[in-house]
Design a binder for this molecule. Sequence first.
Ligand SMILES: Cc1cc2nc3c(=O)[nH]c(=O)nc-3n(C[C@H](O)[C@H](O)[C@H](O)COP(=O)(O)O)c2cc1C
Length: 188
Amino acid sequence: MKYLTSFNFKRGYIIYPTLVVVVGVFDKNKRANFMSCVWNTALSFEPPLYGVSIAPTRATHDLILQSRSFSVCFYPFIKAQDVEFFGTRSYRDTDKSKNVNLLKSIKLEVPIPDSAYAVLECGLYDFNRYGDHTLFVGKIEVIHYDENVTYELFNMPVINLDKVKPVLYLGNGVYLTTDSNSILNLRA
Ligand SMILES: Cc1cc2nc3c(=O)[nH]c(=O)nc-3n(C[C@H](O)[C@H](O)[C@H](O)COP(=O)(O)O)c2cc1C
């Protein structure tokens, strides 16, 4: 095994592949903005919390501080082009909402793109700066999901990988997805 002693994510894409989400937020004029976010994670069951780590240089950073709410959108692999677009253009010079159809949100003023197979409506619960990123912690108020691509397991919607594939990221504009043939159900 080789090793790196001074770890730097710009050289250390070895932690990938990781599920990438799209973070949606409205500006003051109700224009939606979307940015891709590979540094995302569930944080707590009770209350239900989800974290997204966003650099202060991203327009989305200040838009979330303004709006105090955001959506976490799970995109299918077939929409990887959109994920690349949201992650390489900025709100500052591009209206990224142009080709996005929005569905109605239920509880919060957050954009719900119809291309996502699942979306979390999150209210800003907390945020803190860690190094050169800010971890925004959202309290999940509503979960939208496409029931055509999920099945019920113990009363919970679970993604059906034969119907929709999630987008994973390998870094440097490289995307991949999962293979349902690799599923191992070790508790059956
Ligand atoms: C696949 C992908 C994943 C990304 N993940 C993150 C991330 O986790 N955190 C972050 O701050 N930026 C991330 N970025 C970069 C932002 O998405 C990018 O800077 C975007 O243009 C910011 O848009 P905005 O200025 O409209 O907020 C990612 C980019 C790509 C392509």
